[in-house]
Design a protein around this ligand. Structure first.
Ligand SMILES: [Zn+2]
Length: 596
């Protein structure tokens, strides 16, 4: 058994002033971690024990599907140049030079290194499939480290990589990871959702994120409690309640709206609902172009949304094929719309439209200088809408999409929001912040092709293996468990990842019989496989109870006055329920408690 009096568990009454989220406060207060510098933490005894228990679960489950490697954290520049990511990673990558002046970096991820091994070693389809994984430190030059272990510059990842001969093989490797990840997170006692993820500029690949709903998270997730639908807001859709159109069948006509620029002002002034308005957003797509002045080529991008909706910028990025965009500046608005901001609209606006053919696709466009006009699907089929007239102090009414203007493309661009219907079953969606704990991703041929990895297929032809990459943030499991399970006094972890299963607290160690009874119980519980922390410190009971509540251990046994009746008190930290247990029956009592 471990005796608290001999251990280093530096608990604190106060959290650091900059700690905002629960896991940051409690990891420091419970003596799990200490900060070395911004985004760099030392894991002390309790913290490292919890991390080791987490990695043991991850390792055990991963060993069922893959083989453990251990790769260098220090990488030569050449291997990152081969994939083209030496420059792509930008300031996020820690770079250094060796004594010979050669460039090196600290690994943020290991696609390149694993592909390098595959490139040199794999020769035949007969060697596939392969799943290789490691548990290793990663480095990231995070611009704003914060929230304790949530956003850091050094962290631990389980990362794995699959190599298959074809897409069907990749499906199998992907599914294996999907199921393994579920077992890992279930065993760690986390409540999580598996969400369809935005696949970024890579485009088209399948990707799932494992997310813990938590206000400490930085992602937004829409989920349905009825059918289990969940998606990152960058990808989430929804069913909308039908919106009522204004009556009439006239042509667009100007209405005077003096000084009214916002959707709400105009809607209120005209006595209509924001759902009967078109919101017009003006952006500039920016592309590198050596021939253009300043090395950059711009193109107007106009987005139309229903008045009460908001743009999801990640969706627009996808529509633009990953190209960057920024809001139009005042002079650009004047040039494109011939109107000041606040009165913008799509009617009579020159735009790429394919001649009014609704559903025409951007790819078909011949002219690449006209503005792109994207209309959100929520506007499709609507009529008699209100929109800006491209004229100061005027709006238009009776505007009907497909008659009065022609979008370049109809496409889902809005943020799904809470209370809208689930796209699968119609049940109201919930939208909340979430923290990513794992990510699985079909890479395709990106690395095998760029780095020249090939194997011979059945017909003796050289082909690139198809790859997947799969990550778990080890510290994220700990932080999200704390975010999910805390109160004003501390937190509790599930037994599987807690540093100890039980803390035994004799209320007064100077009473010999109390300490002896506590030691006796500790030995008994260790006999049935529990890990025990004996709080043998000569401290007041109040101090010891406070510490026990703080440090994340799921069960506590108070050994106090009731010993004379042959009883101790067993407290379950999560519920704070306490029960008396007969000392001779303590084993059976814990067998029951730890089974449920
Ligand atoms: Zn649903």
């Amino acid at each position: 058994m471990h005796r608290w009096s001999q251990l280093f568990i530096p608990t604190l009454r106060e959290a650091p002033a900059d700690a905002e989220v629960a896991s940051h406060k409690y990891l420091i207060r419970a003596g799990y971690i200490r900060q070395l510098a911004a985004g760099l933490y030392s894991y002390l005894f309790l913290g490292q024990r919890a991390i080791l228990r987490i990695t043991a679960i991850v390792r055990e489950e991963m060993n069922r599907i893959g083989q453990e490697f251990y790769l260098p954290a220090l990488h030569p520049r050449e291997v990152w140049e081969a994939s083209g990511r030496w420059s792509v990673m930008g300031d996020n990558m820690f770079r250094l030079k060796d004594r010979g002046g050669r460039d090196l970096c600290l690994g943020m991820t290991h696609e390149e290194i694993m592909t390098e091994i595959a490139r040199k070693e794999l020769r035949s389809y007969k060697q596939l499939p392969q799943i290789w994984y490691q548990i290793q430190s990663k480095f990231r030059d995070e611009p704003r480290p914060k929230s304790g272990l949530i956003r850091v510059r050094q962290f631990t990842m389980k990362d794995s990589y699959s190599f298959d001969i074809d897409a069907a093989g990749l499906d199998v490797s992907y599914q294996k990871h999907y199921e393994t990840y579920r077992r890992i997170f279930d065993r760690c006692g986390l409540k999580y959702a598996v969400v369809e993820a935005h696949s970024g500029a890579m485009g088209g690949s399948q990707s799932h994120e494992f997310m813990v709903m938590s206000d400490a998270g930085e992602d937004m997730v829409a989920s349905c409690s009825k059918c289990g639908y969940a998606a990152n807001l960058e990808k989430a859709t929804s069913q909308l309640a039908p919106a009522e159109d204004l009556p009439g069948d006239g042509k667009p006509e100007e209405v005077h709206t003096p000084g009214m620029k916002t959707i709400e002002e105009v809607a209120k002034f005209l006595g209509v609902s924001p759902t009967q308005k078109i919101k017009t957003l003006a952006y500039m797509q920016v592309e590198a172009d050596p021939k253009a002045p300043g090395g950059k080529k711009t193109r107007p991008v106009i987005v139309l949304l229903r008045g009460d909706h908001s743009l999801n910028e990640a969706k627009l990025t996808t529509v633009l094929g990953g190209k960057e965009f920024r809001p139009m500046q005042a002079d650009e608005i004047e040039r494109v719309f011939r109107s000041p901001a606040g009165y913008l609209g799509p009617v009579k606006l020159p735009a790429s439209s394919g001649g009014g053919d609704i559903g025409s696709h951007t790819q078909k466009l011949l002219l690449d200088s006209l503005p792109l006009l994207f209309a959100d699907t929520a506007l499709k089929g609507r009529k008699n809408l209100i929109t800006g007239a491209n004229k100061e102090n005027y709006h238009l009414r009776n505007v009907t999409p497909g008659r009065d203007f022609y979008p370049t493309e109809w496409i889902d661009l809005r943020n799904a929001s809470a209370e809208e219907g689930c796209p699968n079953c119609g049940h109201p969606l919930e939208v909340g912040k979430a923290m990513e704990i794992g990510h699985i991703f079909k890479l395709g041929y990106k690395y095998s092709k760029s780095m020249g990895a090939t194997v011979l297929d059945k017909d003796g032809k050289e082909v690139a293996p198809i790859m997947g990459s799969y990550g778990i943030g080890i510290e994220r499991i700990l932080t999200s468990a704390i975010e999910q399970n805390n109160d004003q006094d501390g937190f509790w972890l599930s037994r599987s990842i807690a540093p100890f299963d039980v803390v035994i607290t004799p209320t007064n160690v100077n009473e010999g019989s109390l300490l002896q009874t506590a030691e006796h119980i500790a030995r008994q519980l260790e006999g049935i496989g529990l890990s025990v922390l004996l709080d043998d410190r000569d401290e007041r009971p109040g101090v010891k109870f406070k510490d026990a509540d703080l440090v994340g251990i799921p069960f506590r046994i108070n050994v106090g006055k009731k010993v004379t009746e042959g009883k101790v008190e067993v407290v379950t930290r999560s519920t704070r329920q306490s029960q008396d247990a007969n000392i001779p029956e303590i084993e059976g009592h814990f067998r029951q408690l730890t089974q449920s």
